[in-house]
Design a protein around this ligand. Structure first.
Ligand code: HOC
Length: 388
């Protein structure tokens, strides 16, 4: 199948990855209500069609995180990219930088920031979990400084990992040793297995020098996730704001109050996120949270949004309703799992094309114009109806 949209890449990823990894990427917590709402709630908004508009050259560039970027979206942090394909993080950053868009490396990565820096001169962002072990946390910050990380995204919605029932059924977290049963399950995807076998035992590079976390990526990740600071509070965020001199963005905000607090302690922005519906099931979708947050923080505070982005029209809706930029997660993880660097580039190109075509059909020439026209062109369903 030649993929023509993100959902085709999802299907290709499903066919190529062992079920245990596909479900890890694809699944959410409990009944996956929030994960589904992230997608479904884009349907609550309509785009205004405008015809016979004088054509102007199209400009899809957007300002977010203090810089001008050629596209209104970037690649956000996704854990374990290097388990879906060999050197997954390197392939993803290469595709992002080929398109001149930012890439953010997850703490739970098989490649380190040093590995990435050896591959690219482009801007690197790093996603940090604040750990109880502040010495290790400090090591991560120093590594980020040494790699010239531009923006630190601190994730605040994962003090406790949500219960993802697909992972529980698949025994994802107990995948710490290769057993005959596991080998049999992985063998159902021989192409993936052959590729990964060449790379040896994958490890979470940021902590592999710490034997107390165990051996192999999944054992390390399970132990690392237990070390995430469960008592994290705004006081710690204020400490991090003082400690980190680069841009600091809080990832995992869904309420106006929290966004205002982040702005108050001097953060550079927030990511409106419910962790792709992987944490609090029942939390609101990100697109529904956006308008209230924008109204509370004012026009100049950077708002990024993730969750459920599968179409260029989703990106247009997010920008029109007040986001400065959008972060892809599962969308590019599907592309990577299906076809490596080429697959990530394919997802980026498809979304760019979808944004471009849809904006043209709306009679809008640029992302700046979309932002300026905002609620006039992205309209809550039902509110634009004229009854005769
Ligand atoms: C077993 C490790 O971002 C995710 C990650 C963070 C949780 C680590 C769990 O899966 O959503």
């Amino acid at each position: 199948m030649k993929p023509v949209n993100v959902s085709d890449y999802r299907e290709l990823a499903r066919r190529r990855l062992p079920k245990i990894f596909f479900d890890y990427i694809d699944g959410g917590s409990f009944d996956e209500v929030t994960m589904q709402a992230n997608r479904a709630d884009f349907g609550d908004f309509e785009l205004k069609q405008n015809v016979l508009v004088d054509p102007k050259p199209q400009d899809l560039s957007a300002s977010y995180l203090g810089m001008r970027h050629p596209l209104p979206f970037m690649l956000g942090p996704v854990g374990f990219l290097g388990l879906y394909t060999g050197n997954g993080e390197i392939k993803a950053v290469r595709a992002a930088h080929a398109a001149n868009i930012p890439f953010c490396l997850s703490t739970f990565s098989i490649a380190s920031l040093t590995d990435l820096r050896a591959q690219t001169k482009g801007p690197l962002h790093f996603q940090l979990y604040v750990l109880e072990d502040r010495t290790l946390c400090e090591e991560l910050l120093v590594a980020a400084e040494q790699a010239g990380v531009d923006t630190l995204f601190v994730t605040v919605d994962t003090a406790i990992t949500g219960i993802r029932e697909r992972d529980v059924r698949n025994g994802f977290r107990s995948l710490t040793r290769m057993t005959p049963g596991l080998f049999a399950r992985l063998s159902l995807r021989p192409r993936w297995l052959a590729e990964m076998a060449l790379g040896g035992v994958p490890s979470v590079r940021a902590i592999e020098h710490r034997p107390e976390f165990g051996r192999g990526a999944l054992e390390q990740a399970t132990n690392l996730s237990r070390g995430i600071d469960k008592t994290l509070s705004w006081k710690d965020l204020a400490w991090l704001r003082e400690r980190w001199t680069g841009k600091l963005v809080v990832k995992g905000v869904l309420s106006a109050d929290d966004a205002v607090k982040a702005r108050g302690i001097g953060c550079d922005g927030v990511v409106i996120s419910n962790h792709g519906g992987r944490q609090l099931d029942g939390a609101s979708s990100t697109i529904r949270s956006l308008t209230g947050i924008r109204a509370s923080v004012g026009p100049d505070f950077c708002l990024m949004l993730d969750g459920g982005i599968r179409r260029g029209t989703d990106i247009i809706k997010a920008i029109g309703l007040g986001a400065d930029g959008v972060m892809l997660g599962r969308a590019y993880a599907y592309g990577l799992s299906a076809a490596g660097e080429h697959g990530v580039a394919g997802v980026i190109a498809i979304l760019e094309k979808e944004v471009s075509v849809s904006l043209a059909l709306m009679g809008i020439a640029s992302i700046d114009e979309l932002k300026a026209r905002g609620h006039d062109v992205v309209i809550a369903r039902g509110t634009s109806m004229t009854l005769i």
